[in-house]
Write a protein that binds this ligand. Structure first.
Ligand code: SAH
Length: 541
């Protein structure tokens, strides 16, 4: 195929951005705003060797699921890519997407996928909107980028955003014009106002407005506040400074001009503080449903150790902590872990601990220190879990693995690895529609260990161990000695193992495998030598 060629094709599939896909003599064409089963006249607008992009000129046989999109920007705006498909069919397509990926990529031929959890009202669901600001002859414009480009499509009244946004945008545009401020120009890096960020608490109704400016100071603070503060429910007016010439929306520095530094919202019973820079799920109604499923699949009884890898600001961890003995949340972004700790305090949760670093580095450390999860939760970004983490899960053998995924292709790849040893069964696959009007779909899966191993409870009561029964050194003293003399951090488990090897009898229920089947990480030789030296020092051997 060549650019500017005209052709007639049948759409047979749907691509990752919701675009229709058709084939003509083995050549693949991606055509926006078309639906599977439609016959379409297409103009080829870009042609590569084996695939190209077309523009639908005429829909010859429209799908029965085709509707007139209610938003005037639909088809141009990159946000809602499938608004032209009725919602019931959107859900069917997403359900099928998950199933087909599990079959094609995962090889799970007979997998059952639960009916997708859709929204009763799939409009106005987003609690966050980020509008790029530009200008043309007619004045200041705010909207959204079109798909795959930074061309701003004007949209004052986004139908998936909050109903309050239109009034706020109007006030800010007037403020920009009244004060003669300029809009940022990405090409030149000149101009002041870059983005308008609006966040709204779903349950609390609290609103935050943040203006992102291309400057390290801002002279119109009073004017901005007076343009906004009469709008009902605004709790926070913030300016964010971003002078970096890149497409990263927010800079690192925020200044609160009026009201609070954050807004508060709830997921279930839990409260969260959301600042301008925090990550927070954008669809609060579906987030609650998703997390409830994750909790159901974790099947907690109250005495479990849980690891929540890729925990963000700890939302799932805190949800789980209400029903578990201990939750370890692991997250790569230090600010997010800080938020997670604050959120734990805010909700009086003291059995959740947050660790900063890569999940694939931190989970092995926990395991080496004798922390073996009964339930492992993973909610990785699009690219899925690190392979070494999946392999470690197979080693640790948690009774349940709850995998939450925003990309069913990488989910299928990872589940294939988790099922490769035959020890885990996929019990439940539950798609949840977090992003109506786009083709994204979230999936939560439950994997169950066929033959559970008896894990050893190493969570000893430190008080009881402060002084060893024989009047000799306590675990804490041994740990401290080892750290001081060899630089190693050693766990209670390792000390117990070495003590056992040296013939020092442990309490019956402590650190001893309860069955032949139980596995423990074994103390490495260099740590064993260091522990033996400590035992010798304290006269215990
Ligand atoms: N579970 C959270 C966040 C999920 S998004 C929630 O429901 O809100 C995925 C998170 O994984 C992001 O916060 C991202 O910063 C983090 N992340 C990405 N790579 C990581 C890695 N290698 N180790 C740990 N966290 C990682």
């Amino acid at each position: 195929m060549n650019k500017n060629e005209l052709c007639r094709i049948k759409i047979t599939d749907i691509g990752t951005h919701g675009e229709g896909i058709g084939k003509i003599d083995g050549y693949t064409l991606f055509v926006k705003n078309t639906i599977p089963d439609e016959e379409v006249n297409v103009l080829v607008v870009k042609a590569n060797k084996s695939y190209g992009y077309g523009k639908a000129l005429e829909i010859i046989s429209p799908s029965p699921h085709r509707i007139t999109p209610p938003c005037a920007a639909a088809g141009k705006c990159g946000g809602c890519t499938i608004q032209h498909i009725d919602y019931t069919q959107q859900l069917r397509l997403k359900q099928n997407r998950v199933k087909q990926n599990l079959i094609r990529i995962g090889g799970f031929e007979n997998i059952e996928v639960e009916p997708i959890i859709g929204m009763d009202d799939p409009w106005h669901y987003r609690n966050k909107a980020q509008y790029p600001v530009t200008s043309d002859k007619s004045g200041i414009k705010a909207g959204f980028y079109s798909l795959g480009s930074h061309k701003v499509v004007e949209c004052d009244d986004c139908l998936i955003g909050s109903r309050s946004n239109a009034e706020i945008l109007k006030a800010i545009k007037a403020f920009i014009e009244d004060n003669g401020l300029s809009a940022y120009d990405e090409k030149t890096g000149k101009g002041l106002v870059r983005h308008i960020l609006i966040r709204e608490g779903y349950y609390t109704g609290e609103i935050m407005v943040c203006l992102v400016v291309n400057s390290s100071g801002f002279r119109y603070k009073k004017e901005l506040v007076s343009a906004l503060k009469s709008i009902k429910s605004i709790k926070s007016v913030i300016v964010n400074y971003n002078t970096v010439k890149s497409n990263v929306i927010m800079g690192n520095r925020c200044e609160t001009l009026w009201g609070s530094d954050y807004i508060t919202d709830k997921i279930g019973e839990l409260e969260f503080r959301i600042s301008a820079l925090s990550f927070f799920q954008v669809n609060p109604v579906q987030t609650y449903r998703l997390y409830s499923k994750a909790l159901e699949f974790a099947d907690l009884k109250g005495n479990e150790t849980v690891i929540d890898a890729y925990c963000g600001i700890g939302t799932i961890s805190l949800f789980l902590a209400q029903r578990a003995k201990k939750v370890y949340g692991i997250e790569i972004i230090p600010d997010a872990t800080k938020n997670a700790e604050e959120n734990a305090k805010l909700n009086n949760i003291d059995n959740a601990e947050f660790l900063t670093g890569k999940a694939e580095d931190i989970v092995p450390e926990l395991y080496n220190n004798g922390i073996i999860p009964d339930v492992m939760v993973a909610d990785p970004p699009r690219k899925g879990c690190d392979k070494s983490l999946l392999e470690l899960m197979l080693d640790m053998k948690p009774r349940k693995i709850v995998y939450i995924s925003c990309d069913s292709a990488t989910l299928a790849r990872d589940l294939k690895i988790l099922c490769s040893t035959g020890e885990y069964n996929i019990e439940k696959v539950q798609p949840v529609d977090m992003f109506p009007m786009s083709y994204h779909v979230e999936t939560v899966c439950q994997l169950v260990l066929r033959k559970p191993v008896v894990h050893v409870d190493i969570d000893v009561d430190v008080e009881e161990l402060v002084q060893d029964k024989r009047g000799l050194a306590s675990y804490e003293q041994i740990k401290a000695y080892v750290l001081e003399h060899s630089g190693f951090k050693v766990s209670h488990l390792y000390i117990a193992q070495v003590k056992r090897k040296c013939g020092i009898i442990e309490r019956e229920n402590y650190n001893k495998p309860k069955s032949e089947d139980a596995r423990q990480p074994q103390c490495p030789p260099e740590k064993e030598a260091a522990i033996r030296a400590a035992l010798e020092h304290f006269g215990m051997i």
